[in-house]
Design a protein around this ligand. Structure first.
Ligand code: BGC
Length: 748
């Protein structure tokens, strides 16, 4: 239903609800027993005290509860059924960090649209996605849910996901509501420890962490989720600066804010609110519309109304967006879900193909010495080694129990080379040291009980792998992390390959060093890992992240040259956890020219270079590309004007390939110091062998403006800009232009 009409209907509906039922609309309950006691969901729904449920996993149960809400409860307001859809619902696509590596927002839009269609057919109306968090600390477990370290790339990817989930407008058939989360700053948890406090200056927030949320809102996102943690000592859920000042006043957001799980209750735990009443009041004063699972609104809002601390107008203002969205989504006309017919053969095949294409476009070729890749498909004996090689848990980031098992890398290689002799050795198993909280509530996530391996047993497993490598013509190592190692509640102090994987790799490399047989490393998992040994010793490395259900087939097609890789890193690869947080867009700093000798002032650590292992934007191809000199449309512009940058790119090889052309700028001086480089344009291009293409980027006044700490305003300075174009954040081809005229300022 169209928004204005939905609002009118919602107002009428409000008129039919008692105060208690209005508060009920603001109450979201878990669909499974959290062990907190109290009345059952069913009882609460029957009284009209539930606006939404998350994680009711059984479709029949969702319909049953909906019937109670609509037909038995006073008010008869249908329930929003919600869940997290990270990388697909039934069809499992690559994880967000992986799809961000495609640098192809239109691809992400397509995959999330399929996810939306599947979820809607299954009776869900709303997903808590996309994740709009900037991840600059590889220790943080949720790097895999976001689109990397850069606000420009993330904004494009987040907006694409919103369009994919919601369609052209909220309520479009076969689509669901999206939710940009976690507002805001969650990715900057101190020490990379999930849920820990975050300290970000206003400049960091506005320049780096808020843009993906603003992009989601500009793309029409219906809902926003607050974050768990304290932002500058004020919990995000009751943070007036975030919720009132930025979200509602500056951005004019009139959709719904849902809290992250239990965060209103957490206002007490975090040492911010005195008691439940205080917590509920402080969240309500921030116009937080829906309480996920803490029951604080149900417990306290009525009393606050009676005491006059909240008015009925306050309550109506908070409930209105919830009801409006329910009308917009067509819930009142169509609350139930009929069992959807299974996909026909063509639909099913198209989805699998999309999952494979998404994977193929997202894999990043990090290193390829002496054209080790692609491997010859006529190889006879191949050793596939590593605990991630035949492990579905290395390929997904989704919590959905419905999805089909992914094609593992081993299976994909077997599919691709049915006649080859493939020997598989797992090597020592890997596991988390402490249990994962999610498995407690979502039993389908729990791994199989494994026999404890002693160090001696592990040595023997490594020896088996070495034997297999020795006997093979080529070795494919598949190493990395499993689902429960990079996820929520899955931060790490050390970002090395978990378990004995580095020992396994070293043993294989030492054995094969003389033979010159090709050895390839496929990395899987959700975060950039510190793989210094591999980067130095293994001739070819593919970063395939959590590649989704078609992982094995896609990776095999890249390994054996059917597909030419074209992905680029959406995040820098640090050398070690000690460098975290690590990102390319750093400011220039004290480094006097006269002392700039290699190894002296170019590194701030004496035990490790400052540079990344692999830089942001990096990714190779089986083709080679050459960039011409970038040209600007004007060497001088006035504030407010745009400038166009044009560059030629030639595929200098005999293979058709994809290149992601990137544009970076640096402001030389101005109101504030600015980062040494900032991504301000990118385009993924398919360039035929030996062909030359010309690509242009427009730099607008917005691209050249920023939030200035000094001026406490958005500013476009009178200044000079460096411009680089190339295939990574270390692009060398350079030009420049100037902005001349009175600087322009605007307040948010
Ligand atoms: C996560 C959210 C998620 C919610 C519901 C929380 O723990 O932080 O991202 O949407 O659970 O599953």
């Amino acid at each position: 239903m169209e928004k204005e009409l939905a609002k009118i209907k919602a107002k009428e509906c409000l008129g039919r609800l008692s105060a208690e039922q209005k508060i009920g609309q603001m109450n979201q309950l878990w669909g499974f027993d959290m062990g907190t006691g109290g009345p059952s969901i069913e009882e609460q729904i029957r009284k009209g005290l539930v606006g939404s449920c998350l994680y009711v996993m059984d479709p029949a149960e969702r319909n049953r509860l909906q019937h109670i809400a609509v037909e038995e409860a006073p008010g008869g307001v249908p329930i929003f059924f919600a869940l997290d859809i990270v990388n697909g619902h039934k069809t499992l696509f690559p994880a967000p960090i992986c799809q961000a590596s495609s640098w192809d927002p239109s691809l992400f839009e397509k995959t999330q649209a399929v996810a939306a269609g599947e979820a809607r057919a299954d009776g869900y109306h709303w997903t808590f996605f996309p994740n709009a968090d900037i991840g600059r600390d590889a220790r943080w477990g949720r790097v895999q849910e976001g689109c990397g370290e850069d606000p420009y790339l993330s904004s494009a990817m987040v907006a694409a996901q919103v369009r994919g989930f919601q369609g052209q407008e909220i309520g479009e058939e076969g689509h669901i509501l999206a939710c940009a989360k976690h507002f805001a700053g969650y990715g900057a948890a101190t020490g990379g420890r999930d849920y820990d406090e975050v300290y970000l200056s206003e400049a960091q927030l506005r320049n780096d962490y808020l843009p993906p949320f603003k992009a989601a809102i500009d793309a029409g996102v219906g809902t926003i989720m607050s974050a768990y943690m304290d932002l500058n000592n004020v919990p995000a859920t009751a943070n007036e600066f975030l919720m009132k000042e930025v979200l509602r006043r500056e951005w004019d957001f009139d959709g719904m804010v849902v809290t992250d799980a239990g965060t209103i209750g957490n206002l007490i735990t975090q040492g911010f609110a005195k008691d439940t009443e205080d917590a509920a009041l402080r969240a309500a004063k921030c116009d937080v519309n829906m309480d996920m699972g803490s029951m604080s609104y149900m417990t306290a809002l009525k009393g606050l109304l009676e005491k006059g601390q909240l008015s009925m107008e306050d309550l109506d203002r908070m409930v209105l967006p919830i009801l409006t969205l329910k009308y917009q989504m067509g819930l009142f006309d169509n609350p139930y879900t009929k069992q959807a017919p299974a996909d026909d053969e063509a639909e099913a095949a198209a989805k699998i193909e999309l999952a494979r294409t998404a994977a193929e476009r997202s894999v990043v070729l990090l290193k390829n010495e002496d054209h080790t890749l692609p491997l010859s498909p006529s190889l006879n004996k191949i050793a596939v080694i590593g605990p991630c090689a035949d492990n579905a848990a290395a390929l997904i980031s989704s919590l959905s129990p419905d999805s089909a098992g992914p094609v593992t890398v081993l299976k994909g290689i077997e599919n691709r080379l049915p006649d080859a002799q493939i020997s598989y050795v797992c090597g020592p198993k890997i596991k988390r040291d402490v249990p994962w909280v999610a498995t407690e509530f979502m039993p389908w996530l729990a791994g199989k009980e494994d026999v404890e391996e002693t160090p001696e047993m592990q040595d023997a497993l490594i020896a088996d792998a070495v034997k297999a490598a020795d006997a093979a013509d080529a070795v494919i190592m598949v190493l990395g992390e499993l689902l429960e190692m990079s996820n929520e509640h899955s931060s790490r102090a050390c970002i090395d390959l978990p378990g004995r994987q580095n020992d396994l790799l070293k043993a294989v490399m030492e054995k094969t060093a003389e033979s010159k047989k090709p050895v390839v490393l496929v990395l899987l998992g959700g975060r950039p890992l510190s793989v210094g040994y591999a980067a130095e010793h293994v001739p070819a490395i593919l970063e395939a992240w959590q590649t989704g259900q078609e992982a094995g087939n896609a990776i095999a097609r890249i390994l054996f040259g059917d597909v030419n890789p074209g992905g680029k890193l959406p995040t820098s690869f640090p050398r070690s956890a000690g460098q975290a947080p690590f990102y390319y867009a750093k400011n220039l700093s004290h480094a006097p020219e006269y002392l700039k000798k290699p190894g002296q002032w170019d590194s701030r650590y004496w035990d490790q270079p400052n540079t990344p292992l692999f830089p942001f934007g990096h990714g190779l191809s089986y083709s080679t590309f050459e960039y011409g000199q970038p040209k600007v449309s004007a060497s001088e512009i006035s504030p407010g004007e745009s400038v166009t940058v044009t560059v030629d790119i030639t595929n200098t090889s005999d293979i058709d390939g994809d290149e992601v052309a990137q544009l970076y700028i640096h402001q030389r001086y101005g109101s504030d110091s600015r980062p040494r480089r900032l991504l301000k344009g990118f385009k993924r291009l398919s360039i035929p062998a030996r062909a030359k293409v010309t690509v242009s980027f427009e730099l607008t006044a917005d691209d050249l403006s920023y939030w200035s700490s000094a001026k406490h305003a958005y500013v476009q300075d009178e200044t000079d800009f460096d411009v680089w174009t190339g295939g990574s954040s270390e692009a060398e081809n350079h030009t420049e232009f100037s902005v001349r005229g009175t600087a322009s300022y605007h307040l948010p």
